[in-house]
Design a binder for this molecule. Structure first.
Ligand code: ADP
Ligand code: GLC
Length: 516
């Protein structure tokens, strides 16, 4: 792990003669299972859960979307009312405790979040037109709770803010007395929350934020810069991506600022909650299996093929792909590579699941029509099907042009589903390429390709198909090595704890390191 900071072992913060648990407020725009559009949702629930299991008093704060208000709420109550500048009716801070035990604060701002559909996108596929106002309000509520709300006993020692939706919170807290230490996590630098200059005044934000050292980004206001400029530390979700974003190729225009702050930037790989993602007890799959008894995997593959309409031919190598459909994920590369691969390898079948850009959805449907029985496409978001593909496929392909961490390859490893990945970001950090040397040493877990091109992807899939077809036990060895990998959240949570202890302590509470 790429940790430039000193290791500080003790998880608890001591105050006076008594000791109490470190308090961490985890702010995110989506939290599984309440709202999830991608990996951030998984991280925003399972990381706080893992932190709690390490003895941290971690709590989540998220917007009270309509769907959340409709489903959660058996033990909900209003904790505080907040007057937010520019909002006539007060916002409500609600509390919610999920069954797994992580307490959640819901920010209910009248007119902002209580609407149907995707949290970020209107039904026409474009951003909600008032996203700046919505997430600015969320950030104000986050900053208020982080700084302490009169009458609310709980105040965090650490604010762990995630992605642009929370970026104004570090800026709002800057200079506030008694503020917590602030960690800002980048899950995807490509989404920055960029809005016209006029929004700064419209949202009642300080005029002096408008500078290159503040939120200005090429003539627009950047929420992401709020986190990058004002947080005490910045983290991203893999060590490799932490280095990549220092370069113009991956820095999305922010590489200069990130190089300036490189001494407080590090990377920690995401984790997997193996209580949910493990073929020994996955509730979404029909046949449990494990490394020592893998027969169930074949049975899951047969069921999957039946479900999605693939031919039941005996000789098969089934590739899966479950993804948001966007340029980032390289689904277009896969679309371009598949026809020649399908023509060349009669055993190749594919199941592709995703939703997103309309042109990609149309192209995928066209591919399925052109290759009946060999290519199955399901457009949409389906959590159960995602589990079934990861369990039933032989290989899982992720041709992402960039990938801050990626979770699907981590899940695939545990299911003996061999990842074929572009060697970038977290994909490179978590998959070991099946070179002859790595195979010989028993270290290989998947296949890499170095360039995000159709030719390179084709080469990696050719290699995978050749090894799968060789029938000499090397594929099974690859599966076993992958299944034995441990990407449990416990390791990542420990690394976050170390990082929290390097932050300035809030509320006069000293960190364990300061007292040692
Ligand atoms: P990202 O967050 O960039 O989309 P990750 O690999 O970190 O990528 O996480 C993606 C998560 O979203 C995984 O849990 C994956 O299974 C899930 N996912 C993506 N698309 C779909 C879909 N169409 N249906 C079900 N799950 C999906
Ligand atoms: C982002 C990234 C993905 C990462 C996820 C969770 O959506 O694209 O790589 O795994 O966040 O951190």
């Amino acid at each position: 792990m790429d940790q430039p900071f000193p290791r500080v072992p003790a998880p608890a913060v001591r105050r006076g003669r008594s000791s109490r648990r470190l308090r961490v407020l985890f702010a995110a725009a989506e939290v599984f299972p309440l709202v999830k559009t991608g990996g951030l949702g998984d991280v925003a629930y399972y990381l706080p859960l893992a932190l709690r299991e390490q003895g941290v008093d971690a709590r989540i704060i998220m917007p009270a979307y309509g769907s959340v208000l409709a489903t959660a709420g058996r033990r909900r109550r209003t904790l505080a009312r907040l007057d937010l500048p520019g909002h006539r009716a007060p916002a409500r801070l609600l509390t919610e405790r999920m069954d797994g035990g992580v307490p959640i604060y819901l920010v209910d701002v009248p007119g902002c979040f209580d609407r149907d559909g995707n949290p970020y996108l209107a039904p026409d596929g474009h951003e909600w037109p008032d996203n700046a106002r919505r997430y600015a309000a969320f950030c104000r509520a986050v900053a208020a709770l982080a700084a302490g709300i009169p009458g609310v006993a709980w105040r965090p020692d650490v604010l762990h803010a995630n992605d642009w939706h929370t970026g104004l919170a570090p800026a709002l807290l800057a200079g506030a007395g008694g503020r917590p230490g602030v960690l800002f996590a980048i899950h995807n630098l490509a989404f920055q929350g960029l809005y016209p200059h006029a929004e700064l005044a419209a949202l009642g934000l300080p005029a002096h934020w408008w500078s290159l050292d503040g939120l200005e980004f090429h003539g627009r206001m950047s929420f992401m810069k709020g986190g990058l400029v004002y947080a005490d530390r910045i983290v991203t979700v893999s060590p490799r991506y932490a280095r990549e974003i220092l370069t113009p190729e991956f820095g999305c225009g922010l590489d200069g600022l990130l190089r300036h702050r490189r001494d407080v930037l590090s990377g920690i790989v995401n984790g997997v909650d193996y209580r949910v993602w493990d073929p020994r007890h996955d509730v979404h799959i029909a046949h449990a299996y494990c490394s020592d008894d893998p027969a169930g995997k074949r049975a899951n593959r047969d069921l999957l093929r039946e479900r999605v309409g693939l031919a039941r031919t005996p000789a098969v190598c089934l590739f899966g792909h479950v993804s948001r459909l966007s340029g980032q994920k390289g689904t277009d590369l896969l679309l371009a590579a598949l026809p020649a691969l399908l023509a060349r390898h009669r055993e190749l079948q594919c199941v592709l699941v995703g939703s997103g850009e309309a042109a990609l959805e149309t192209a995928l449907a066209g591919l399925a029509r052109a290759w009946p029985g060999r290519v199955a496409v399901e457009i949409g978001y389906d959590e159960t099907l995602a589990h079934q593909v990861i369990a039933g496929a032989d290989a899982f392909v992720m041709p992402s042009r960039f990938e801050p961490c990626g979770l699907s390859q981590l899940y695939s490893l545990r299911y003996g589903t061999v990842p074929v990945v572009h060697a970038t970001g977290g994909l490179r950090d978590t998959v070991v390429d099946a070179t002859p040397a790595a195979l010989g040493a028993g270290l290989a877990t998947g296949f890499w390709f170095e360039q995000a091109t159709v030719a390179a992807l084709t080469g990696a899939m050719d290699r995978a198909l050749a090894l799968h077809g060789a029938g000499d036990g090397r594929w099974q060895a690859l599966m076993r090595t992958g299944m034995a990998q441990d990407f449990g959240w416990e390791n990542s949570a420990r690394a976050y704890l170390d990082l929290y202890h390097t932050l300035p302590g809030g509320h006069g509470v000293r960190t364990a390191s300061a007292r040692a």
